[in-house]
Design a protein around this ligand. Structure first.
Ligand code: F6R
Length: 613
């Protein structure tokens, strides 16, 4: 949800800001803009559309040593140029970029309107910069003090960066509820970003701002950090573990395809040092101290949104099968508002690629208040969920830039598999023989995914035949039911074709009415997963002339004979099939979307990190 970048240093801000926006564009791409301190004034350029459009508007040779920039995912006000950030204060001497939502902006706006303020945009952000200037001018406070005083009156979530034409060598940044990272280059330059991606080319030394902190950056001086209630903070700098290559497409036409192809490596990285088949062990250092708590828990609640919620559903099958612990899986958005019954006997696992999803985070905070143990399964290191949970396991999938989640999902499922296996082994609910077999097979999964990727050309051909379809149905049973949901989500979000995932047997309770010769039905029919029942479901579809695209275990003949198209995945333990069956569904969605000319990495209306409710 919106990306912000800032630069304050000895060099030129413009390329840093533009490159930074490009790296953050996955967070939103409705509009983009930048503000520079040039001479005695602020120069703002902004536009509806993508960062490339903004870049094309900039005059050649534009230069400034202080600037802020923004790429927007619209919340308040339609995505047009007026609503684009940066926003200026009434005098035009202060500029702000903001990621988040000012919930009480109406109250503040009313107060300012009564004082004669005139607003150009419909945004909450413009209200905030007016409010900051109101305090700045009336209380003779310094800029950081004025920002601090204003933010104390603000309800909502924000990461902001403010610059002033009157103090060209300074910048004030603050965070509450939305992430913000400050990079410090060797020469003292500051680069600020919503995540570390805009910083990595310039420095690896960073400070991940904490909640309710405000930082005052001045050229040539160390940063000063305080809490909003004015306690000094000594910022702990950390070393970034992120390479530029990880942020580039490296020859792939889209990040999504690169990330699909990265899965043998990312799944391997999720297991590295954790799965030790030679020793017959699974070791999860991140949650070791809480294993007894988990074993004694009366139930586990997994909380997530979108694809991460689907990973939680796979986790439910894994935990119940292997560790015999009851599991509930909740959408963050529902869980947080439902007055759920949670207590100290519960363990709540937050699953999130970004670690910033507002609804998941709010659900976790609620569970914490009620005394539950919180664990996090996050990809982004240092993210809010990773920091607010008691303990957790990073997925180590590497940066995921395509908006549609692919490698993050398989990494989440891998971590959940390891957790379920570890708990099952400790509890004795999985026999030693099965545990060893599962460990051996899990160890093979990266290679098996490599094999699945070899079907890419076949999947591309299938995609071509069905890209004009108006609807798709995805069916699966057992542990592959969530995979059907995930396949449908991938297709709809990047191709804009309507798709639904269903438990295969539920089809006859309604969706079967939709089936005719124009309806492609993707069926996950692996050998051990209620195979005979799935065969019956396929027959029911064939009897109504539906088109079957089946995902089957290698060597299958029965489903193959009934299908219009078949994609084989290697045989493995049924509990591990989601890690394989997901991959052809990702590729199918990808090729259909490419065939339709969609912007695969930046699908319309979406953003990667949803930091608003
Ligand atoms: C789908 C997708 C979204 C995210 C969801 C949660 O491809 O990317 O559905 O899964 O917004 O995001 P995280 O995992 O960052 O909490």
């Amino acid at each position: 949800m919106c990306g912000i970048v800032g630069y304050l240093g000895a060099g030129n801000a413009v390329p840093v800001l533009i490159n930074g926006l490009k790296r953050l564009e996955y967070r939103g791409y409705d509009s983009a803009g930048l503000a520079l301190v040039t001479g005695e004034a602020l120069q703002v350029t902004k536009n509806k559309g993508k960062v490339a459009d903004l870049e094309a508007m900039l005059p050649p040779g534009l230069s400034a040593s202080t600037g802020i920039a923004h790429t927007r995912w619209a919340t308040h006000g339609e995505p047009n140029t007026v609503n684009a950030h940066p926003h200026l204060s009434p005098s035009g001497r202060l500029a702000i970029v903001h990621n988040g939502i000012i919930e009480n902006y109406n109250v503040l706006k009313e107060y300012l309107l009564q004082k004669g303020h005139v607003f150009r945009s419909e945004t909450d952000t413009e209200v905030l910069i007016h409010f900051i200037e109101d305090i700045y001018r009336s209380s003779a406070s310094s800029l950081p003090e004025a920002v601090q005083m204003a933010l104390r009156r603000v309800v909502g979530a924000y990461a902001i960066a403010v610059i002033s034409a009157d103090e060209p060598g300074t910048m004030v940044v603050a965070r509450k509820g939305s992430p913000l990272v400050i990079g410090v280059a060797a020469n003292g330059d500051f680069i600020v970003g919503s995540d570390a991606a805009p910083l990595v080319e310039y420095t690896k030394t960073v400070y991940y701002m904490d909640e309710n902190e405000i930082a005052y950056l001045q050229r040539g001086k160390p940063m000063e950090v305080r809490t909003l209630d004015d306690r000094p903070v000594s910022p702990k700098l950390t070393e970034l573990d992120l390479s530029i290559e990880a942020l580039e497409k490296e020859g792939y036409p889209h990040f999504m395809l690169k990330e699909i192809y990265e899965q043998p490596r990312s799944v391997h990285d999720s297991m590295r040092g954790r799965l030790l088949p030679g020793k017959g062990m699974v070791k999860l250092g991140g949650i070791q101290a809480y294993e007894n708590h988990l074993l004694e828990s009366r139930r586990i609640i997994m909380v997530g949104c979108g694809t991460s919620w689907h990973a939680g559903l796979v986790g439910e099958y894994l935990f119940e099968e292997l560790a015999r612990i009851p599991v509930e899986v909740e959408y963050g958005s529902e869980f947080r508002y439902r007055n759920p019954i949670i207590g100290p006997g519960d363990v709540v696992i937050g699953i999130s690629q970004s670690g910033e999803t507002a609804d998941t985070l709010a659900g976790l905070r609620l569970a914490k208040e009620k005394g539950a143990l919180l664990l996090g399964i996050c990809n982004v290191v240092g993210s809010s969920i990773a920091r607010e949970t008691h303990a957790g396991i990073y997925t180590h999938a590497g940066p995921e830039i395509g908006v549609a989640s692919t490698k993050a999902f398989t990494a989440q499922v891998t971590v959940l598999t390891l957790m379920a296996l570890r708990l099952g082994m400790l509890k004795g609910t999985v026999s030693e023989q099965r545990a060893r077999a599962l460990m051996r097979e899990l160890d093979q999964v990266p290679e098996l995914i490599e094999k699945v990727l070899q079907s890419d050309l076949l999947i591309q051909q299938i995609a071509r035949q069905y890209q004009q379809a108006k609807n798709f149905l995805y069916l699966g049973r057992g542990i592959n039911f969530p995979v059907a949901l995930e396949g449908a989500l991938k297709l709809k979000e990047i191709s804009y074709i309507h798709a639904e995932g269903y438990p295969a047997a539920e089809m006859k309770h309604g969706p079967i009415a939709l089936i005719d010769e124009n309806m492609p039905v993707v069926v996950i029919a692996t050998r051990k997963g209620n195979y005979d029942k799935i065969v019956s479901n396929i027959m029911e579809i064939k009897a109504r002339n539906g088109k079957i695209i089946s995902i089957v275990s290698e060597g299958d003949t029965q489903v193959k004979a009934l299908s219009d198209h078949t994609i084989e995945i290697p045989q493995t333990d049924e509990m591990l099939t989601p890690l394989l069956a997901t991959v052809p569904l990702q590729l199918l969605a990808y090729h259909i979307a490419v065939g339709l000319g969609r912007d695969v990495d930046k699908p319309r209306n979406l953003a990667k990190s949803v930091t608003v409710e």
